[in-house]
Design a protein around this ligand. Structure first.
Ligand code: RP5
Length: 161
């Protein structure tokens, strides 16, 4: 199936964090593509990716980057697709630099920023966005939430075993 979600990152060094987004999409059988697209090192590639994404059939873009993390915001400026930003923590500053670079967007160009290192939630948020037009995905999300609740109840019960 043609990819519905584009998972992009500024460097292959972001993959250990970003793969959690891909895993969440796999769990829900959402087709996706993965690419390294750098705002600073491959600016033309970034613009082309963002400008062609909708025509290529993508519905959501998940963009992760660390440090001076301009990728999610710049991609959001060159597409009308929803962009989910993942602040990738690097060696210094505990990911605060990535978070602030991604979250503090000017009005008009939204990026849905998840927590530092929160790539799994980025994947799940993309699934929720797609579920607006997909009843089966909505059912799966409801089952997912019920399973999550049951997990907590089971752990709670085990405390008293
Ligand atoms: C950012 O610079 C990337 O998203 C990555 O988090 C960071 C460091 O990249 P590398 O030097 O590891 O390639 O643009």
């Amino acid at each position: 199936m043609a990819p519905l979600v584009g998972v992009i990152m500024g460097s292959d060094s972001d993959w250990p964090v970003m793969k959690a987004a891909a895993e969440a999409l796999t769990e829900f059988e959402v087709p996706y593509e993965v690419s390294v697209v750098s705002a600073h090192r491959t600016p033309q590639r970034m613009l082309t990716y963002a400008q062609t994404a909708a025509d290529r059939g993508l519905k959501v873009i998940i963009a992760g980057a660390g440090g001076a993390a301009h990728l999610p915001g710049m991609v959001a400026s060159a597409t009308t697709l929803p962009v989910v930003g993942v602040p990738v923590p690097l060696k210094y500053l505990d990911g605060m630099d990535s978070l602030l670079s991604i979250v503090q967007m000017p009005a008009g160009i939204p990026v849905a920023t998840v927590s530092v290192g929160g790539a799994r939630n980025a994947g799940l948020l993309a699934v929720r966005m797609l579920s607006v037009a997909d009843e089966k995905l909505r059912d799966r999300l409801a089952r997912f939430a019920a399973d999550l609740e049951q997990l907590v109840l089971d752990k709670d019960a085990r405390l008293r075993d």
